[in-house]
Ligand binder design. Structure first.
Ligand code: NDP
Length: 438
């Protein structure tokens, strides 16, 4: 506790995983003998650095940059960069810890890492964003590489930021090393379907869970929190599968369109205009209701909701929200975001037999497709959208299968939290055992 003092989210994430592992260690004492549990929650390396940059008023600004290289048992460190004012070392460590098991679940050869900065991209000009990204990479470049550590995007880091980061890496190193970052533009080494992958993957996983009870998205009414990269493509896939997403959110409010969101308009506002949901609601007119500061989950008490997909940020769905969802007949909840449901909320879902998919399983489609991007870069190839999406769907089916089988093996069929934690852990732990005390 002292070693990680004040890192509340990191404590939450480790506790959640360790709660599943008691029975694993009883069955496999070799993990305890080799202190795998103690080793796995200590990052292999943590880098913290100063990021100085000059704003549009010619003032020097200072932010803090992080990269936590958590575990390389299965491959080079892999995980996104988050730019958000709330980012601390504890945030990056919680995300990096989750990433270890998520990446293992994909079955791809990638270790776990995460990074970011407390830089706030909101309200910054295009040039300020570029100068910040260039300064951030001017330090980060010495720690990353195709065979060591491969960052990607996360909150506040999308295609634009990856472009500036890649440009600076190339400039400093004089190497066109495509495999050093993922989430690149399709025209310069990026993978088709990467932008869509996390949201699509979460919906594919939910589809598999629903199928275990003979249900599907066809005709389902769905809530998706957030309105960023993950949320937008979760909405798109739900609509393609015959469901209707009736609400989404941002940190300022909720839009509720009782007959379904207008995805084309949402994308135009969010992706092209970089606007807010209040702008969407204004353009959509009477078909949309905007609730400033509203709680998206409370809509389940007003209208029929079948599926909830939290896709914004950590700890955004609380025990009370879970009670409202469960009491009003929600059948499945899948975490598109990382750790969006508090531990108490997860307990409510489990006790109410609501199908529940933890983020490390449900949102693994993004990093899996990043690994597919690395494959394409390594072979100097570029796959079609259809082929890449089919690979993604196959990987998500595989993750569902391994979580379900493991939960059953350990006596709790349908417990995807247990299945994901144990299945991810054993793959990493076995590799760590094989590689000795390092
Ligand atoms: P984006 O930055 O594209 O979007 C984030 C969305 O969440 C925005 O709508 C934002 O609203 C909202 N949000 C962020 N912080 C808060 C907050 N404190 N309270 C309420 N709303 C908030 O990020 P992504 O869509 O990429 O990421 C969303 C989640 O998915 C994160 O947990 C991320 O770690 C996870 N994830 C992302 C992957 C990816 O491939 N992108 C892969 C796996 C997981 P606002 O604009 O108002 O801040």
């Amino acid at each position: 506790l002292l070693r990680n003092a004040g890192e509340v989210e990191f404590h939450q994430a480790t506790r959640e995983v360790f709660e599943s592992l008691g029975r694993v260690v009883l069955r496999h004492p070799q993990y305890a003998d080799a202190s795998i549990l103690q080793r796995i929650c200590e990052p292999e390396r943590q880098i913290i650095f100063r990021v100085p940059w000059i704003d549009d008023s010619n003032r020097v600004q200072i932010n803090r940059g992080f990269r936590v290289e958590f575990n390389s048992a299965l491959g080079p460190y892999k995980g996104g960069l988050r730019f958000h004012p709330s980012v601390t070392l504890g945030t990056v460590k919680f995300l990096g810890f989750e990433q270890i098991f998520k990446n293992a679940l994909t079955g791809m050869p990638i270790g776990g890492g995460k990074g970011g900065s407390d830089f706030d991209p909101k309200g910054k000009s295009e040039l300020e964003i570029m100068r910040f990204c260039q300064s951030f990479m001017t330090e980060l470049y010495r720690h990353i590489g195709e065979y060591t550590d491969v960052p990607a995007g996360d909150i506040g880091v999308g295609g634009r930021e990856i472009g500036y980061l890649f440009g600076q890496y190339k400039r400093i190193t004089n190497r066109y090393e495509s495999g050093v970052l993922t989430g690149k533009g399709v025209g310069w080494g990026g993978s088709r379907a990467r932008t869509e992958a996390t949201g699509y993957g979460a919906v594919f996983f939910t589809e598999q869970m629903l199928a275990t009870r003979g249900e599907s998205f066809d005709g389902a009414r769905v809530l998706v929190s957030g309105s960023g990269n993950v949320a937008i493509y979760a909405i798109e896939k739900v609509h393609q599968l015959g469901g209707v997403v009736v609400a989404c959110s941002d940190s300022a409010g909720v839009v509720y369109d009782k007959d379904g969101l207008d995805l084309d308009l949402l994308r135009e506002v969010k992706e092209n205009q970089r606007g807010r949901l209040s702008d969407y609601a204004a353009l959509r007119g009477s078909a949309s209701e905007y609730r400033a500061g509203g709680n998206i989950w409370s809509l389940a008490a007003e209208t029929r909701i079948d599926v909830a997909l939290p896709c914004a940020t950590q700890n955004e769905l609380h025990e009370e929200d879970a009670r409202v969802l469960a009491a009003n007949g929600v059948r499945a909840v899948a975490e598109g975001a990382n750790m969006p449901c508090t531990p108490d909320a997860v307990r409510v879902f489990t006790e109410a037999s609501v199908l529940f998919a933890p983020g490390k399983a449900a949102n693994a489609g993004g990093v899996a497709t990043s690994a597919l991007e690395m494959q394409q870069n390594a072979s100097r190839d570029s796959w079609t959208f259809e082929h890449t999406e089919e690979r993604l769907a196959e990987i998500m089916r595989g993750i569902h299968e391994s979580c379900a089988t493991t939960a059953e093996e350990y006596g709790e069929p349908g417990n995807y939290v247990l299945g994901a934690n144990i299945s991810g852990f054993t793959r990493v732990a076995d590799a760590m055992l094989a590689q000795g005390v390092i």
